[in-house]
Design a protein around this ligand. Structure first.
Ligand code: HMH
Length: 209
């Protein structure tokens, strides 16, 4: 039995809105307006900085048996952040002129609010966040090797190692949910639905000027 599989299956409409968007189709086809890409790039960088803190806080609540997976996820963020910094530099973006837009800030605030939640909810949110990006980029891989600046996104989030990591995270979340209370499971469901909405709104934000 997998609570995570059930959440995924029972909220398929909300989920599909989280993992498919014209932004992703245009990245795949190489037709994305680069202004939209730059907006996504800045906002996702700001998101990932706070996501690192959110992950670190999950570890403070986790049993040791989950450390291998969670620490691996944190270590991988080092490369990810370097890519963001390199790409922002190449594209001549000065971060000092940038700030989180409302949908990004709402997502960041929501992640931080998870620190007041019990571990099963915190780690369900973590799994849903990573799975959403895996599915989104995996489903929108280009037929040929992708071109800069989109290449990294599919190389990272659509990759086999990332898929394996998301499966491990699911096992970790399912393990935490197996001993959760009924109220905690109810809260985990609400959290999953919230992540779906926040992901959907994050894609839409890329087209805001
Ligand atoms: C908005 N969701 C968003 N950004 C990301 N980088 C991920 C998920 C995956 O880490």
């Amino acid at each position: 039995m997998s609570v995570c599989n059930d959440l995924h299956a029972e909220h398929s409409t909300a989920w599909s809105q989280a993992v498919s968007h014209p932004f992703l189709e245009a990245c795949r086809d190489g037709t994305l307006d680069l202004k939209a890409f730059d907006t996504w790039l800045v906002q996702d960088y700001l998101f990932v900085l706070e996501f690192a803190r959110f992950m670190a806080l999950a570890i403070t609540k986790a049993p040791y048996r989950h450390f291998h997976t969670l620490l691996g996820g944190i270590i991988a963020l080092e490369d990810e952040l370097s890519w963001f910094q390199g790409c922002l530099g190449t594209r001549g973006i000065n971060l000092e002129e940038e700030a989180a837009k409302a949908p990004c800030q709402e997502y960041i605030d929501y992640m931080h609010s998870c620190n007041d939640q019990p571990y099963p909810i915190h780690v369900t949110v973590l799994w849903a966040i990573e799975k959403a990006y895996h599915e989104a980029w995996h489903a929108h891989q280009p037929p040929q090797p992708n071109q800069a600046p989109y290449d990294y996104a599919t190389e990272r989030w659509a990759s086999e190692p990332f898929s394996k990591y998301v499966k491990e995270l699911q096992a970790v979340a399912d393990d935490a949910l197996a001993s959760a209370t009924r109220d905690e499971r109810t809260a985990a469901r609400a959290a999953f639905i919230n992540v779906c909405r926040l992901e959907r709104d994050f894609w839409a934000m890329a087209y805001e000027t």
